[in-house]
Design a protein around this ligand. Structure first.
Ligand SMILES: Nc1ncnc2c1ncn2[C@@H]1O[C@H](COP(=O)(O)OP(=O)(O)OP(=O)(O)O)[C@@H](O)[C@H]1O
Ligand SMILES: [Mg+2]
Length: 253
């Protein structure tokens, strides 16, 4: 993959008084990377309530495309971490560097599918500057990637739960996001639909794919760890280091 330079914004809220005196040019860093994107969290903290940190000095670095999994007990801060990476909330302390375009996918597809048919829903995800043939092409390609190529006109309420989750994934792909944030995407699915989502995501994150993307996947289903490139454990608002899926499984069981 060719090396490229990316200019990314830096949030340094740990030292707001220094931040005030920084020139605009110093708030950006030029990264040389041969990846499709770059994500780094340095000592990030965030509290929903004053005085209680949900994310506590959390560090995370993603250095290559692939399928990265996060496990951890209920309330350890996994979904809060994803909200922060997707830009829904901002860090209260720490440094956040991200050149990816993220898309968040939730446990329940009914919480993110809004329009009546598959193709009309996908239209919502597309960048605004496409003409109608580019829009059709992008929609057909996203539906094909998730195995729903014959379903463009299908009313969403007639889809099964597994098909709805694949449509939600097609929305993320149609938006041309290069960082998928999957928050327990298979929690409501049967084993066959679970496997189909896992296989689609694994395929598009392979280095052999022409434009491999990066996926961060939260799971409570430990058997899913056998599909990942690396996994880390979230504990009390802090993410541990990356290990192989098998090693993380052994640490938990
Ligand atoms: N929107 C919110 N408003 C207030 N508190 C919140 C909000 N979202 C999460 N929290 C709190 O933050 C803490 C961490 O929640 P979070 O959802 O990040 O955990 P999680 O690791 O994703 O848990 P689970 O495995 O159950 O999904 C919890 O105490 C939760 O109540
Ligand atoms: Mg959660």
């Amino acid at each position: 993959m060719k090396k490229q330079q990316v200019l990314v914004e830096v949030d340094d809220l740990a030292f707001p008084w220094i931040n005030r005196f920084m020139k605009e040019s110093q708030k950006q860093v030029l990264l040389e990377t041969n990846q499709s994107g770059y994500l780094e969290l340095q000592n990030i903290s965030y509290g929903w309530k004053i005085g209680k940190k949900t994310l506590d000095q959390c560090n995370l670095s993603i250095s290559s495309p692939g399928l990265w999994m996060v496990v951890g007990s209920n309330g350890s801060g996994k979904s809060t971490l994803f909200r922060l990476i997707s830009g829904l909330i901002s860090p209260q302390e720490g440094r956040f560097i991200c050149s990816f375009q993220p898309a968040l996918m939730l446990q329940n597809p009914d919480h993110q599918l809004l329009l009546p048919s598959c193709s009309s829903d996908l239209l919502l995800s597309l960048p605004p500057d496409l003409d109608s043939s580019q829009r059709d092409e992008r929609i057909n390609s996203a539906l094909t990637q998730v195995g729903l190529e014959d379903m463009a006109d299908r009313p969403i309420h007639t889809l099964s739960g597994g098909q709805k989750q694949r449509l939600a994934l097609a929305g993320a792909l149609a938006s041309q996001a290069n960082l998928l944030l999957l928050d327990e995407p298979t929690a409501l699915l049967d084993p066959i639909s679970q496997r189909s989502i896992l296989e689609i995501v694994r395929k598009i994150t392979r280095k052999s794919d022409k434009a491999p993307i990066t996926a961060l996947w939260i799971t409570h289903r430990l058997e899913e760890l056998t599909f990942c490139d690396a996994a880390a454990i979230m504990e009390q608002g802090r993410l541990g280091q990356w290990f192989s899926g098998e090693e993380v499984m052994k640490k938990i069981i």
